[in-house]
Design a protein around this ligand. Structure first.
Ligand code: ADP
Ligand code: MG
Length: 611
């Protein structure tokens, strides 16, 4: 019998391996740009033709290579980045394994020009399908240019597998974006078929984001900065009001490498919960810095996955960081900085018992109260500005309708006082189907869902009361008893401080029975036992393992239970009062459950109906 096993020729082996590293033009773009960064370049220019199919050229002003290195760099496992065994760790984290250039050369015609500062001339090498075709000296500036021509020229199956030029170009732009975002101190350009698409100057991360996504992005960003013992989070989130209907700019990096992480994405979505509509997505540009020994990046260079040894901790810190950023912007009245996430972090098999567990410390500005419109908040604009028809109808005592918020002087900062002080008198309010409030605004017709509007108003009110311990209470003439099972009783006990801040007065009669001696003053006409049972039920359903959201949870349930329902007749003053209160809220647009509270039918919409 003949032996049947044969060794694959190197060229075939290289092509197969190449297919894993270089799946499409964008993968070559990424590898070449990362190499240029590793070479210490401060300016990197990318030129592509036919969406990278006929040309990908990366020019850098980095350290360059010697003649020998220029030949060697195309060899498999040729890397200058690992020399000692300990460096093997770097392979795992940074993906250095000397494979990218060998892979690219196996499946393309590559021309390399490179010169070190100390050399007088550069060297040019042409490598086609892993074979050196040409080597010569060439005059050039210090630095390196890789030109990758006719990618997959010798792998027709791959070449045919490529998507449309538009799709491949999108992939290239996406890789370009990921690499450039985390290296704002380096200048970049991207030119496609002779047209310069990006010209990014060296600068801050914020400037880089503006360079990539448009200069109007600056006003949309909120800075995020969170330092803790083991995790550092920095970057920007996009303000809630700019959330997009499509998954827009969502960029997570771990130690500056782009990753995808559904669980951590959830931490951000969750932090935005009450502020963006259900069908919209938050935007973010965040770098999570951790000790490399706390993560495990899949060694595969094209993978964008990473495992954290203690992902719950990262989740909690990320969640807190985003909420803090939102809170400081004062869009959210819901931040509770004093509560430490209640986590049971399990370090699992790794013997970390010796390492003390450091809980994330969220630095707290004790004096910060998200409800106070203090000088720190210049971005708050009175919502009435959106409703200009109210401006020219002065009268009356409408101020009380707004409660204390309006009386705070700083609210008017930067806005002409009249616009705020203009009372919405004489306004016509109609009710449709005893469910929707209708009124006119300058731009058209405003339609408000009365139940959702009132839910938002109460939600913010309850949060504020819990914060300020200021819930008004009414005494029950005949205290009711609330009997619970052991589980619910201990839950109620846990919630008791917050419930009392809301106006409940509870007294534990025995391990499973509570006497309800007082109830929140605006729960009149509502069965207190039923209300507390509802609160417990909802609390159990919505409780996250983080328990960051206890107050949110309570406020949401109370608001949902006690708000005006659909099919309830309202008088005109009641409607006016509700509308006023709604637009005095921090977030008037979205109900705590993520639903839109109002819609505006523009004059144009109306006109079109008659079209
Ligand atoms: P790795 O980046 O994992 O080391 P590559 O195949 O991407 O492997 O590159 C091989 C080697 O070629 C690098 O380690 C580096 O020494 C050299 N090299 C590649 N690109 C450049 C560049 N633009 N400037 C200087 N040296 C480079
Ligand atoms: Mg490399």
């Amino acid at each position: 019998m003949l032996d049947v096993i044969k060794l694959l020729p190197d060229s075939v082996a290289n092509q197969i391996a190449a297919g894993e590293v270089i799946q499409r033009p964008a993968s070559a773009v990424k590898e070449l740009m990362e190499n240029a960064l590793d070479a210490g370049a401060t300016q990197i220019d990318l030129v592509v033709k036919d969406a990278g199919k006929s040309l990908i050229m990366v020019t850098d002003n980095g350290c360059g290579m010697s003649e020998t290195d220029a030949r060697l760099c195309f060899e498999r496992h040729a890397t200058s980045k690992i020399s000692k065994a300990e460096d093997l760790f770097a392979i795992r984290t940074m993906g250095f394994r000397g494979e990218a250039l060998a892979s690219i050369a196996a499946i393309a015609q590559v021309e390399l020009k490179t010169r070190r500062k100390e050399d007088e001339v550069g060297v040019k090498i042409v490598n086609e399908g892993s074979v050196v075709k040409e080597q010569s000296l060439t005059p050039m500036q210090p630095g390196t240019t890789f030109s990758v021509k006719n990618l997959f020229f010798n792998v027709p199956a791959r070449r045919n597998f490529l998507k449309s030029p538009q799709a491949e170009m999108r992939h290239i732009i996406e890789e370009f974006t990921r690499v450039t975002l985390m290296n704002p101190e380096v200048g970049f350009t991207l030119t496609s078929d002779g047209k310069e698409l990006y010209h990014l100057y060296s600068g801050s991360l914020k400037q880089r984001i503006m360079g990539l996504f448009g200069s109007n992005y600056a006003e949309k960003l909120l800075p995020v900065n969170q330092d803790s013992e083991r995790v550092r989070i920095s970057g920007f989130i996009v303000k809630a009001e700019y959330a997009k209907k499509t998954r827009g700019e969502q960029y997570f990096f771990v130690n500056k490498r782009f990753i995808k992480h559904a669980y951590l994405h959830h931490a951000i979505e969750n932090a935005f919960m009450e502020m963006i509509p259900k069908d919209s997505f938050p935007g973010y540009f965040l770098n999570i810095e951790v000790d490399p020994s706390d993560i495990d990046i899949n060694i595969h260079p094209t993978k964008t996955e990473v495992n954290f040894l203690d992902v719950k901790l990262v989740y909690a810190i990320l969640h807190a960081a985003v909420r803090k950023a939102i809170g400081q912007h004062n869009l959210s009245p819901t931040i509770d900085f004093t509560e430490t996430p209640d986590l049971n972090i399990d370090f699992g098999e790794v013997s970390r018992a010796s390492r003390p567990l450091i809980m994330p410390k969220v630095p707290v500005d004790e004096s910060y109260n998200p409800f106070k419109q203090t000088t720190s908040n210049q971005e708050f604009k009175p919502k009435w500005n959106d409703f200009p028809q109210h401006r020219d109808k002065p009268s009356g005592d409408w101020r009380q309708l707004y409660g204390e918020r309006v009386d705070q002087p700083d609210i008017n900062k930067g806005v002409e006082t009249e616009t705020v002080d203009d009372p919405p008198a004489n306004t016509q309010y109609l009710q449709v189907n005893q469910t929707y409030i209708v009124t006119t605004v300058k731009s058209g017709i405003l339609l408000i869902d009365q139940h959702l509007a009132h839910t938002r108003v109460l939600f913010e009110k309850y949060l504020k009361e819990m914060e300020n311990h200021s819930g008004a209470s009414q005494q029950e003439l005949f205290p009711q008893a609330l009997s619970l099972n052991m589980n619910d009783a201990s839950l109620l006990k846990e919630l008791q401080p917050e419930l009392e801040n809301l106006g409940f007065v509870l007294e534990q009669a025995n391990p499973t029975t509570f006497m309800i001696n007082g109830t929140p003053s605006d729960s009149a006409g509502c069965d207190a036992v039923e209300l507390l049972e509802k609160i417990l039920d909802n609390y159990k359903i919505n409780r996250t393992d983080l328990q960051l959201d206890r107050k949110l949870n309570l406020a949401k349930t109370m608001a949902a239970q006690l708000s005006i329902k659909a099919q309830t007749r309202l008088t005109e003053p009641e409607m006016q009062n509700l509308v006023d209160q709604l637009f005095a809220c921090n977030v008037a647009e979205i109900a705590p459950n993520g639903k839109k509270i109002y819609v505006i039918m523009s004059v144009e919409d109306i006109m079109n109906r008659f079209g």
